[in-house]
Ligand binder design. Structure first.
Ligand code: UDP
Ligand code: MG
Length: 315
């Protein structure tokens, strides 16, 4: 690592009922950072824990002034937790990691080295992932789909262990389940994304917050392809997304109408009782609705584009 490295590091950790892990985690992080010369802070977000996590975090903070704690009133989810922490973190480099000891703090230094190679964001890759088989399979499907749809060459989009230059996270708003798409959102804004193979541990204490089988997540996978398409290709031009489907529907309906009109002209009557007529009417109405929806979306995007930047200047 560059000896003149004088940047500040923020380590961001979302915590939801992880009380058994926190003391050991904090110890291991401070130990991993102790040999390094630069300043750091650790930002813990207690995402509405119902166990003693917050109490333990407060104890840890009393011993170390470099620690910040944010406490949610209830469980709002990992995306919300990261979103606030990103606003609170004031380091030049921001590391996110899980609070359950599955990520190894000794990798922090490797992430920094990788960033110094010229990346804006580096995502961890749990190559030898220590989780139940069903989770491994579903995450393989998820990563394959996202990678194919976005053309971003990452193996592990949803890895909780990542590093960002501060300008990346300051430019991204996440909510809902969007944390799983952070690399996609960053890539869309033109940031350079790298990957680092990391060691992964089995969960030592507590339970996965997404259920044993990861069902809470699998449910989302069905909507993910649509999410990605809307997020990347059409976020700034909804009229094209809805318009294209609308035009297709309208066009097909018109063809059926034309066909029936020709039949009518050729003397095939009546046509009023043909199922094709009703299908044609349905398709034309749906088409018009979708096209209008696209226009509405376009107007909303136009108004928002004044607030949200639509391009990013590097220098
Ligand atoms: N987490 C959170 N809010 C939630 C769910 C999870 O802050 O609603 C935290 C959790 O405490 C952990 C990290 O996000 O630090 C990853 O969660 P988990 O270990 O359950 O996911 P898995 O490793 O099973 O994918
Ligand atoms: Mg975990």
């Amino acid at each position: 690592m560059n000896k003149n490295f004088n940047k500040k590091l923020s380590i961001v950790i979302p915590v939801f009922n992880e009380m058994e892990s926190l003391e050991e985690l904090n110890l291991r992080i401070t130990k991993a950072l102790s040999g390094l010369s630069f300043d750091y802070e650790i930002v813990y977000i207690d995402d509405g824990s119902t166990d003693n996590s917050f109490k333990i975090l407060k104890k840890i903070k009393e011993r170390n002034p470099k620690i910040k704690i944010i406490q949610f009133r209830r469980n709002f989810g990992k995306s919300a937790a990261l979103n606030v922490a990103f606003k609170e973190a004031n380091g030049d480099l921001i590391i996110t990691m899980d609070g359950d000891l599955q990520d190894e703090p000794t990798e922090i230094i490797n992430f920094i080295k990788k960033i110094e190679e010229g990346y804006d964001m580096v995502s961890g890759w749990k190559q030898n992932r220590k989780d139940p088989l069903i989770k491994l399979i579903s995450s393989k499907i998820f990563n394959f789909t996202v990678s194919k749809l976005t053309k971003i060459k990452l193996h592990d989009f949803n890895c909780g262990f990542k590093i960002y230059r501060s300008e990346v996270i300051k430019n991204i708003e996440i909510y809902g389940e969007l944390h799983r798409f952070l690399p996609v959102l960053a890539y869309e804004k033109g940031f350079k994304i790298g990957e680092l193979k990391i060691k992964h541990n089995a969960r030592k204490f507590g339970k996965s917050k997404y259920g044993k089988l990861g069902l809470r997540r699998i449910k989302n996978y069905l909507l993910d392809p649509i999410n990605i398409i809307l997020l990347t290709k059409y976020a700034k031009k909804p009229a094209h997304f809805f318009g294209n489907i609308g035009l297709l529907s309208f066009g097909l309906g018109s063809v059926f109408f034309l066909y029936l009109t020709i039949l009518w002209l050729l003397g095939h009557r009546p046509i009023g009782n043909r199922p094709l007529l009703f299908l044609g009417i349905l398709l034309i109405i749906i088409g018009i609705q979708l096209i209008s929806m696209g226009f509405l979306g376009e107007i909303i995007t136009r108004q928002n584009s004044k607030k949200e930047k639509i391009y990013y200047v590097k220098k």
